[in-house]
Design a binder for this molecule. Structure first.
Ligand code: ZN
Length: 274
């Protein structure tokens, strides 16, 4: 299989394994682990962090930010890809360490504020609960987040969670504008009910809408909530050997979205949906 699907019950070693932080484009940097992606946007008015990852991750993220020469305490806004513990369990700790404001997509707000207890699928899984965190601003589809001249757009791409968010922004590199897409998650996890799901009746329709949105987004730099989505390690090796365009991959983005859409449609059919 070309693209791996992450199983949330597992805790693969690469989730905790440190990874060298690196510059992606403009004011955008990678500060996550070997697979759990976190992104830093630096601005003259402070920084934006996307994803706090596991409850144990904030210390590692702080180290990565400092290795790049920035201060973790300059983090003013915290955003997430979606309200699963591998992307948001560290939020309470990040907020405590930095005083950052927490902005979350509307339908993911109850999940992060309940520490995972209100997740439509994993709510009863105590082993996946995390420290609840207060949300300062509720985001809606198409909202923008701005700080110090940097503006991100929040695209609601629900299905994987009810408020899964794909972030887009433009970066300028060598006089060229590059469209950045940070995919929230297009994956159908094992055990997800796409048909007759009383906890999430509109789940299949939301996934369908997500794929329409993802296909409509212009993408030069392809990123996502997990390094595995965009083959980070291979691209990082190219980046290290001097290829500063290693993360520019519009064809890889299209192929990934197409592959995930086919996987969704196959699973929907298998469950008797159409
Ligand atoms: Zn997830």
């Amino acid at each position: 299989m070309l693209f791996s699907v992450r199983v949330h019950a597992a805790d693969p070693p690469e989730w905790r394994q440190p990874f060298p932080p690196f510059h992606i484009a403009g004011n955008l940097y990678y500060v996550g682990s070997a697979d759990l992606a976190a992104y830093l946007l630096t601005t003259p008015q402070g920084n934006i962090l996307i994803n706090s990852n596991l409850q144990s991750s904030p210390g590692q993220i702080k180290q990565s930010v400092e290795k790049l020469g920035f201060r973790f305490s300059d983090t003013k806004i915290l955003l997430i890809s979606h309200a699963h513990f591998d992307h948001c369990a560290g939020s309470a700790q990040v907020i405590k360490m930095t005083g950052a404001q927490y902005y979350v997509m509307d339908a993911d707000v109850p999940v992060v504020e309940s520490g995972g207890r209100k997740d439509f699928h994993y709510g009863a899984r105590k082993d996946l609960w995390f420290a609840p965190a207060h949300v300062d601003r509720t985001l809606h589809d198409g909202d923008t987040v701005s700080l110090g001249g940097t503006t991100l757009t929040a695209h609601k791409t629900a299905g994987h969670t009810k408020g899964t968010t794909t972030w887009t922004l433009d970066e300028t590199e060598g006089g060229k504008t590059l469209h950045v897409v940070i995919v929230g998650s297009p994956n159908v996890n094992p055990g997800y009910k796409l048909v007759g799901n009383t906890a999430y009746p509109q789940i299949a329709g939301d996934y369908r809408r997500e794929f329409q949105v993802l296909k409509s987004l212009p993408c030069d730099i392809f990123l996502g909530a997990h390094g595995g989505y965009f083959d980070m390690k291979t691209k990082y090796d190219r980046w290290k050997s001097g290829d500063r365009d290693a993360f520019v991959d519009p064809a890889g983005y299209k192929a990934y979205v197409g592959d995930r859409e086919r996987a969704f449609e196959t699973e929907l059919k298998r469950q008797g949906g159409h």
